[in-house]
Design a protein around this ligand. Sequence first.
Ligand code: 3HC
Ligand code: NAI
Length: 690
Amino acid sequence: MGNVNTVTDLQVEDGIAVVTLDSPPVNALSAAVRDGLDAAFARAIDDALVSAIVLICAGRTFIAGADISEFGKAMTGASLFDVQNRMEGAPKPVVAAIHGTALGGGLEVALTCHYRVAVPSAKLGLPEVKLGLLPGAGGTQRLPRIVGAAKALEMVTSGTPVGAKAGLDMGLVDELAPEDGLKAAAVAFAKKIVAEKRPLKKVRDLDVKGGTPELFAEFRKANARKFRGFDAPEANIKCIEAAATLPFEDGLKRERELFMGLMSGVQSAAQRYVFFAERQAAKIPNLPKDAQLRTIKKVGVLGAGTMGGGITMNFLSAGIPVTIVEVKEDALQRGVGIIRKNYEASAAKGRMKPEAVEAAMGRLTPTLDFGALADCDLVIEAVFENMDIKKDVFARLDATVKQGAILATNTSYLNVEEIAAATKRPHDVVGMHFFSPANVMRLLEVVRGDKTAPDVLATVMELSKKIGKVAVVAGVCHGFIGNRMLSPRQREAQKLLLEGAMPWDVDRVLTEFGMPMGPFQMSDLAGLDIGWSAATSKGETLRDRLCEMDRRGQKTKAGFYDYDETRKAIPSPVVEKMILDYAAEKGVNRRPISDEEILERCLYPLVNEGAKVLEEGKAYRGSDIDIVWINGYSWPVYRGGPMFWGDTVGLKTIVERLRHYQNTGGDDFAPSKLLVELAESGGKLSGYGG
Ligand code: 3HC
Ligand code: NAI
């Protein structure tokens, strides 16, 4: 509790006023923080005994930005602009003392200070673009005045912060302070400024360097693909352009207009929702607060195939040793070889140091000896997707691995409870469903069985953060959350081919919607022959026929598409004819199918399946489902996930359209009970479950 208000303290010592903010968890610029800053600076400026002012924060970080939870609500408290004007206009030096993260509005406040001192571990950035916004408190006008237009463009459109040392090189930081002596260093710096009578450095008075029309044209061209579909990057670019071409005050006005435009749009609403949804997903309802976490120091992985290798890399990269067990020497060698190749590729791209490659590989113990798993704290099984094999493996794990260890399965579809029943310790069994490629995709579905112990769940959720994953809890059902919802989309995509569309029509509609690829491009990438066998294939489905022609996807340079040397997908006349023949054989009269129908038929049943997942309690919240889709299937974040998107379309509309398709297409389209209830009551899928 401070002496200015509940979150602000002001102390004057030896002529230096120290304003301390203490508003956990991240000192966001809430009304109380703005009021506190305003009052503290007014007092310090008025105090004739004060010769300089230091702004510092208590707790884990400097100001981490505007308070996002206040967005969209009526504004109370002092305006941030008034506070910033008071600070920048102070007739005595103002020094920001930065630790943790100075992000968004936090950096924008620091940029209205005359000087900035930071500890080496501090990070400075303008991440608003990740919330579908732009820095709306002068950041787009002040940042390029320090770092130049090119660097500012990169920082505001990527949202990636820079470290304090880089900040020092680019002029964002004036001096580095010792990690454990920030306050003393900032006060000493302030005294030095006063003693040397250094001028008050106002960023607004500087010129923007390098803001040529060519720079902006080239930047737009180079990033067009990356920014596709998003509104915020272009608005950020326009602001930097304004900084380069307009007087400061006019630039601020332009920034304000563009900020308000984004703030009132659906994209930013979606991206802000996702920010909170992601943090919410980590919270498990009814978990005892004092659940003691199990210690995970050594991990075992069973199976060195596609998934086992990727899963292993997550732990090696996080510094956790892994024992990987295979049944066949060649499979083991191949798996380990791929892990090394992946690391070396990262090193070649400069993403990791060559020493780090060796350090990661040094943590890996490859073996054919099942007994080597005995002392692991967690074993993740990633063998073939076959219940009998999985049961056998779990019975053996039960007999081999030490008591108290967590036994996890990476199964995509199988019943985790049935697998757990193969052991005498089902409470230690959990699903850890990684997504391919497992070293890249951020999603981890944590599948909770009826007997899974709370501390097992809590340990796995915590561990997921350590390995850089976003974990979402799912209940036991076929395909859990993500694959279960994918299945009606795949079904409709297939039906659409028979009824009149071509693979490239369906894929185009879904990529225009914002998915990185459509269902047929995805199948070609994964390989059409997964689960297909030449021995039993009877040419009953399009997939059978493609595989029989050795069109097995990208790996054979032909699948639903033809592929050239650069792996570019080209619509295939062979496939077109095959589809027409297939429809004729089935007696289907093909008809023109609109883009609207493709979108509705692929996505409304997917939303409906999500509602069923919620209705059956297989996900805790609608927002958890959105996190699954954004991180596991690359659903466009600016559409907020299928539940949020369903809400924006309108649940009444979705129910109506599902019923329309039900009339002709049957009960596959029958809207779920929950969907109908929410549509009638005006409820929301994204808000379901809290
Ligand atoms: N507003 C409100 N709450 C915030 C917040 C913010 N800006 N930033 C974080 N929080 C909350 C989180 O929701 C979380 O709450 P919970 O504990 O109830 O779930 C809590 O603070 C801790 O956050 P994290 O779990 O993310 O903690 P970490 O230590 O992992 O990360 C962080 C800290 C790097 C600061 C991270 O929270 C973050 O990136 N925050 C967002 C920063 C940001 O986007 N700032 C820009 C805001 S927009 C803006 O400033 C507009 C301006 O230009 C006008
Ligand atoms: P894969 O066929 O690439 O690898 C399986 C590996 O397990 C093989 O190398 C095999 O030799 C080994 N193996 C088989 N029995 C074993 C045993 N008893 N002990 C040790 N090793 C054994 O299969 P993939 O794709 O890695 O799948 C593994 C599991 O992960 C499956 O359950 C699958 O459903 C699941 N999964 C797969 C995804 C994918 O995209 N491939 C995505 C998510 C989950």
